[in-house]
Design a protein around this ligand. Sequence first.
Ligand code: B12
Ligand code: SF4
Ligand code: SF4
Length: 310
Amino acid sequence: MNLIESYTSIVKLTARNLEFDFCGIAKATKLNEDAARLESWLQQGFQGSMQYMERNFDMRVDPTLLVPGAKSVITLMLNYFPSQQQKHTAPKISKYAYGKDYHEVIKSKLNNFLLILQEKIGEIHGRGFVDSAPVLERSWAQRSGLGWIGKNGNLITKQQGSFFFIATLITDLELTPDDPFAKDYCGTCTRCIDSCPTNAILENKIINGSRCISYFTIELKEILIPEEMQDKFQNWMFGCDICQDVCPWNRFSKPTQETAFTPIPQILNLTTKEWENISEESFKKIFKDSSLKRAKFKGIQRNLKFINIR
Ligand code: B12
Ligand code: SF4
Ligand code: SF4
């Protein structure tokens, strides 16, 4: 085994030891095809008011601008599919937000990952990212052989579907890349497109972010949700899982083993009335470690009102 191969084994083993579900590697190169897709997405205004998507375009399509001297992009995926469901009558919350905020949970795993690699391999540089950095995470997951990008825009694994977070560790360490995931197992299925209540899923795996319930309920801050969307949310109060819930590949989802993602009891149990009556103080206390913070108390109240207008 040469040095590059032995480092690659260390990376894969470390990912397993840190209980990531999948780990794939790609060469850190500029993503030219993705750059064209991203440019067209932005030109059509599909980012809506998510101005952060307009920033750092060059960095987003070139990991060597984010981490100088970058040679490899290690993609890590972590399952968040919960073992318990909300009550049918409760205002719906996306499964990714049932437990502790994934940004914090995964960030600390990524820091450990880098420390272990430095201990075992020596002086290497790298940075771990999850969600909020200018990194095209789904593209890296596909390029590292972990799955295909479905018509609903999500990265789907053949083994366990799409209820996974994606994180990357961009490093100057040279590693053996995995083969990109070449196939697409959506076939003639169109369930996600047919089920999206706001018609946010377009042809060619393009998602109009500015029409997605996830955007309206989480990203649209301090702004009213357009009236045109009234009656379309199907009781989704925070995020939306419809295009994943209907996906046949998610029959293969298995409950997460990550204890930090154990559902906060109130997420499973609060009724609409209780949500309406919750004080800002209690909200902040109960959800202090949760992703719900992103929408803030005011955002949650606005969403509740919006889905309950009859
Ligand atoms: C902005 C954003 C949103 C926006 C816009 C959505 C969108 N599709 O862009 C909103 C708020 C609507 C959103 C919603 C959701 N999001 Co979001 N979001 C992001 C974020 C921050 C950036 C995505 C982005 O770059 N968009 C721009 C467009 C152009 O990129 P794209 O859709 O990813 O498409 C690229 C590739 O897919 C590729 N591509 C497209 N078609 C094809 C075809 C082929 C053949 C190939 C090779 C490549 C390819 O090219 C595109 C450009 O590179 C990422 C985190 C990150 N840093 O990547 C999370 C992320 C994509 N979101 C995630 C999640 C979980 C969600 C939700 C499921 C949350 C929820 N339940 O409410 C929904 C799903 C909505 C949907 N159907 O996409 C996960 C996805 C995990 C997965 N398994 O795929 C990510 C990766 C966060 C994370 N770290 O885990 N999100
Ligand atoms: S998350 Fe919901 S609103 Fe957004 S694309 Fe999927 S089904 Fe449509
Ligand atoms: S619902 Fe069907 S078309 Fe949509 S992502 Fe899943 S398999 Fe692909």
